[in-house]
Design a protein around this ligand. Structure first.
Ligand SMILES: [Zn+2]
Ligand SMILES: [Zn+2]
Length: 152
């Protein structure tokens, strides 16, 4: 049996393979979402978990290019990289295990999150409900206590 290739997004049979692994419509839709995500990073310094899921559908090189573009633009702001920018860049970097050396940039300071005083029973990283005495978030592994050293 001949293998039928389907769009990874909507499952339609791919007649036109030039947008592989997606159909033309889905490819265009994803590109639009990609641009929206870029804007969200640049304008609102925000990268939502749902956006990361969308980005996961793209190639590594697309993500690296995205990183370089937003990094460059955010660096050109008056006064250089702002804290919020570093946080969002770090999030992008961590989510896709990017390395500064591959990106051709200097080491980013380790600012993970600007602590907005969230309730103590909420993980500052993934917002899930947690117990106050947890050392690590059971959902995302975020280190909740600074003095906690993982034994693993
Ligand atoms: Zn499709
Ligand atoms: Zn968490």
């Amino acid at each position: 049996m001949e293998e039928v290739e389907r769009c990874e997004e909507c499952g339609k049979v791919l007649k036109d393979k030039s947008y592989e692994p997606y159909c033309k419509q889905c490819d265009e839709k994803l590109d639009k979402q990609f641009d929206g995500i870029e804007d969200n990073i640049l304008i609102y310094r925000e990268l939502l978990d749902s956006e990361i899921k969308v980005l996961e559908k793209f190639e590594d090189t697309d993500i690296k290019d995205l990183f370089k573009r937003v990094y460059e633009k955010l660096s050109r702001e008056e006064g250089g990289l702002k804290k919020e920018s570093i946080v969002v860049l770090n999030k992008l970097k961590r989510s896709f295990s990017l390395k500064e050396s591959e990106l051709g940039i200097g080491k980013l300071p380790e600012i993970k999150e600007i602590k907005k005083s969230k309730p103590k029973d909420q993980c500052p990283e993934c917002d899930k409900k947690i117990k106050e005495d947890f050392n690590l978030c059971p959902y995302c592994g975020y280190r909740l206590k600074d003095d906690f050293v993982s034994k693993f």
